[in-house]
Design a protein around this ligand. Structure first.
Ligand SMILES: [Zn+2]
Ligand SMILES: [Zn+2]
Length: 267
């Protein structure tokens, strides 16, 4: 396990290096760094003290229950609320339940979100470290259930990366496949990107789904940042039109899509 300090340096380096790809999209750097530091400390604490319950075989639900029973979550919520200067008036267990039932508006919900995210990330990391990589055509994270709109091209193929727990799962090996409907026909999958082909926005003409693609393998960033970096591809959304999607009984409009089109390519 790499030290928190080292991981924070990598995180900050990647933020410095790649936020320009967001093209005007802004993130609160100070807050992002503070939250990441807190989450990494919690992950580190989980790994060093609770390695048994962080075993890769566990599912998130049972892991959360075990950590509630052991008192770890309560302690983590106190620590997080202290560091974020947020008061929790309810008990940590109540705050956690409020969060799990969809209440993230209250300050306590935000603290719970941060703690649950740390647990999910810890579980995702232990699964990936033990080589447990799911191969499945789905946009839903097999570890935490969050929907991902971020695909990353790696040596082995096309992975989705979860924006919540940063788990990655393999969708296809040698060509892009739509994680929503499984379509892998290159003629009906349009990729909009800049000339440098770093980030792309993919549209599936079969089902109408769109998602972002990190094409450039030289982009090296902690996995949790890839969904953030990929947001830069939203700049190409204006090139996607409704008539590109094949409707039942409608005209096939594959000509409308130009591989490698997009802002810079046209400008
Ligand atoms: Zn996840
Ligand atoms: Zn599709």
């Amino acid at each position: 396990m790499i030290e928190v300090r080292e991981r924070m340096e990598e995180f900050k380096d990647a933020l410095r290096k790649y936020t320009h790809l967001l093209k005007g999209g802004k993130i609160d750097l100070e807050k992002t760094i503070k939250i990441e530091e807190l989450e990494l400390k919690l992950i580190d604490d989980l790994i060093s003290n609770k390695s048994v319950i962080c075993e890769s075989k566990r599912d998130l639900q049972s892991l959360i229950e075990a950590l509630l029973d052991s008192g770890w979550i309560e302690e983590a919520m106190r620590r997080a609320s202290h560091e974020l200067n947020v008061e929790i008036d309810s008990s940590p267990r109540e705050a956690l339940e409020a969060f799990l039932t969809g209440n993230v508006e209250k300050p306590a919900g935000k603290v719970a979100l941060l703690v649950v995210q740390s647990i999910a990330r810890c579980l995702a990391e232990s699964k990936l470290e033990s080589g447990e990589i799911v191969e499945e055509v789905t946009p839903l994270c097999p570890v935490c259930g969050a929907e991902s709109r971020t695909m990353v091209l790696e040596r082995e193929g096309y992975y989705m990366v979860c924006p919540f727990c940063s788990y990655k799962w393999l969708v296809s090996r040698d060509k892009i496949r739509c994680p929503y409907c499984g379509n892998d026909n290159p003629i009906s999958l349009g990729v909009f990107s800049d000339r440098a082909r770093r980030l792309g926005l993919v549209v599936c003409q079969e089902c109408g789904a769109t998602w972002r693609l990190v094409i450039d393998k030289s982009i090296k960033a902690p996995r949790i940042l890839l969904p953030v970096i990929s947001l830069g591809a939203e700049a190409y959304r204006k090139f996607i039109h409704n008539d590109m999607v094949r409707k039942p009984g409608g005209q096939h409009t594959t000509d409308a899509i130009v591989e490698g089109g997009g802002e810079d390519a046209q400008g």
